[in-house]
Each structure stands twice: as structure tokens, then as C-alpha cells.
Design a protein around this ligand. Structure first.
Ligand code: ZN
Length: 353
């Protein structure tokens, strides 16, 4: 269901490059590289993405990542991301580039960096969309691997297009405490900080990430609703949660949260209806909306806004607040942020909101 708000400019702050590889592009990459046990048909590719839990998701994103063999493959994905953003009136993107996975694949970072930067500049010229990078590490790879991610980010910071660092992956296998020193060094170097936390684990893991890493934005952070003290800590604070409803459903974290509450298993539609976004928004916890891995989950940012309207029951005013928050929570330079917020005010007034 479309809305007159769909044409409003907005930012997307939580988007993984590898997660933007949809089944069609996965097939193209498989054919291009002629993988020996490759994915031969579109059905094969859809099957890779037909998981319902976190383990299945990790396997799917690993498969997508393994199909990025050359710098040119990365450039193709960047081009798709920016064209798709323009279609959705997204004017500013913050994209996770998984440096941790590049290291793991033993690919040299510099050639990939040059390719994605060239694609970014071309994308801005062609589509009028701006994009900055968040260099991402993987929790279960440990602190030494994350130190290397921070090094790569600090080295390329003068380009002006590396906004910050992030960390994701398995919360249970890589506790936040391991990365305190890495995050401290990145902060001292002037990088912005994000961390996936409170996604597959409960409130304790979120507390731990907030206290030790002090991120400006948290990826997901859904388990905040399980702890009133945590809600009080976040309410009205400057720590933003990136909320991605389809992702939370497909990776099984909504089902896990129900289990932690001692509830019996529910159908997917019911799980989505019970997503904590409305509660977080209405209790003044700073939140913005993103699509996370739209190619893998078969979603888009506008689809996530549609879910907010139709399944989560957000009002037009609440939807507008999410759009506005996407700029406020971004790592945009202050002047640019002021410009887009003023533009949004002008457009909403014009539209009679
Ligand atoms: Zn994510």
C-alpha cells in the first residue's frame, strides 16, 4: 500500500552491502564466476534465502559474500544500491562495508576500496544519492581482527567517505567487552561508532554494548523492551536504535524474544504485529527505520515503512517522525543535516501535515 509520504526524502542508515544481493544478482554472480558447485537457477538462489532463523541467515549472507570475488563485483552491488535508493527517494545512505569479511576471504582491501569508491562517485553523479561507508567487523572473529578493521577505517578516513565503524555477527560468540579498546581507539580517531546489539541476545548483551562500546547507534537493540531500566536509560537519550522489522522476523529474533518471555510459538504474521517498534517510538526511545539486508529478506525501505503503517499501526505523524529521525540519527555533516530537515519541514507543510 503506497502513501503520500512515500515521496518524502529520507535517509537509510543500516544497510549491508552483501545483504543487498538479491536472488537475481546472486545468480548473475554465480554464472559470471562459474562456481563449481554453483547456484544454477533462480530457485537455487531463492532457496539459499529461505531460512527462518539466525543460523540460516548467517549462512545466507556468507553465501552472498562468497560470490563477491573481484572488486568489480562490489562495484556492481554499489551501483544497484544507489539506483534502488533513488527509486525510493532515499537521498543519504550509510552502508556497512564488511572489512572483516574481506580479511576473512583474504581479499586485498585497497582494490575493493578503489572500486566501491568509484562506483559511489558515479552513483552520486547519476542518481543524486549520497553514500558514506561504515567499516564493519565480525564479533566472532575476535578483537585482533576488529583492530585491523579500525586500522583500515582510520587509514581511509581522510577520503571523507568513511563515516565510522560497526560490529555485527554472533553476539553470544563475541561479547562487547572484547572490543572496548578498538572502539575507544576509533572514537579517539574521530570515527562514528555503531554496534549491532540486543538483536539475538537479551537485555544484558545490550547493556554490555552500551557500557563498554558507547556506540552512537545500535543495530536493532530490540531487547531494550525486556528491561524497564534499559528503556529509562535510552528514553530521550542520544543513543539511536536502527530498527529493521522484516530482518527481525526473518532472522528469528522476534520468535526468540517471545521464547525469552515464556510465550508459546506464534505464526509469523502475529510475530510481526507484536514488533516492539511502536512501543519504543511511543516511549520516546530514539529510533529510525532501515531495511538491513533487503536483497536477502526480499524487502526495501519503503516496504518497511509500509509494514509500519499496515501491520504495526503507526499513524502518519509517527511515520513522519521516523522519516525525520533518519536524518537526525545520521552521521551527516551538521550543515547538510540542517538542510534536509528544513527541506522536510517545507515539504510536510506543503503536503498539509
Ligand atoms: Zn545489520
Amino acid at each position: 500500500m503506497t502513501s503520500c509520504l512515500d515521496s518524502m526524502p529520507r535517509a537509510e542508515l543500516h544497510l549491508h552491502l552483501e545483504g543487498c544481493i538479491g536472488p537475481e544478482l546472486l545468480l548473475q554472480l554465480s554464472e559470471r564466476h562459474n562456481f563449481p558447485q554453483g547456484l544454477k537457477t533462480i530457485e537455487d538462489c531463492r532457496r539459499v534465502y529461505s531460512f527462518h532463523d539466525f543460523t540460516g541467515f548467517i549462512q545466507a549472507i556468507k553465501t552472498a559474500s562468497q560470490h563477491l570475488l573481484e572488486p568489480a563485483d562490489y562495484a556492481v552491488v554499489v551501483d544497484r544500491i544507489m539506483a534502488e535508493a533513488a527509486r525510493q527517494h532515499i537521498v543519504w545512505l550509510e552502508v556497512f562495508l564488511s572489512i572483516g569479511i574481506l580479511h576473512w576471504k583474504q581479499m586485498e582491501v585497497e582494490p575493493v576500496w578503489r572500486a566501491v569508491e568509484a562506483a559511489r562517485l558515479e552513483g552520486t553523479r547519476r542518481h543524486g544519492v549520497e553514500l558514506v561507508w561504515i567499516f564493519d567487523g565480525v564479533r566472532q572473529f575476535g578483537a585482533a581482527a576488529m583492530e585491523r578493521v579500525v586500522d583500515e577505517a582510520l587509514e581511509r578516513q581522510p577520503s571523507g567517505s568513511v563515516a565510522g565503524i560497526g560490529i555485527g555477527g554472533d553476539e553470544a560468540a563475541g561479547p562487547a567487552e572484547w572490543f572496548q579498546e578498538c572502539f575507544h581507539r576509533a572514537r579517539a580517531g574521530g570515527l562514528h561508532l555503531t554496534a549491532h546489539a540486543g538483536e539475538s541476545c537479551g537485555a544484558e548483551a545490550l547493556w554490555s554494548a552500551l557500557r563498554t562500546l558507547r556506540p552512537e547507534r545500535v543495530g536493532h537493540g530490540l531487547s531494550a523492551v525486556e528491561d524497564p531500566l534499559l528503556m529509562a536509560e535510552l528514553r530521550g537519550s542520544s543513543t539511536w536504535l536502527d530498527i529493521c522489522p522484516s530482518s527481525n522476523l526473518r532472522t528469528g529474533v522476534l520468535a526468540l524474544a517471545e521464547l525469552r518471555k515464556g510465550e508459546s510459538p506464534r505464526a509469523e504474521e502475529q510475530l510481526l504485529e507484536r514488533h516492539p517498534l511502536p512501543k519504543l517510538l511511543r516511549q520516546a526511545v530514539p529510533v529510525s527505520l532501515s531495511s538491513d539486508d533487503p536483497g536477502i529478506f526480499g524487502t526495501s525501505l519503503l516496504t518497511e515503512y509500509d509494514i509500519c503503517r499496515t501491520t504495526l499501526g503507526l499513524s502518519a505523524a509517527e511515520e513522519l517522525r521516523l522519516i525525520r529521525n533518519s536524518f537526525v540519527a545520521s552521521f551527516m555533516p551538521a550543515e547538510k543535516k540542517q538542510f534536509w530537515l528544513a527541506e522536510l519541514d517545507r515539504l510536510t507543510k506543503e503536503a498539509g501535515f
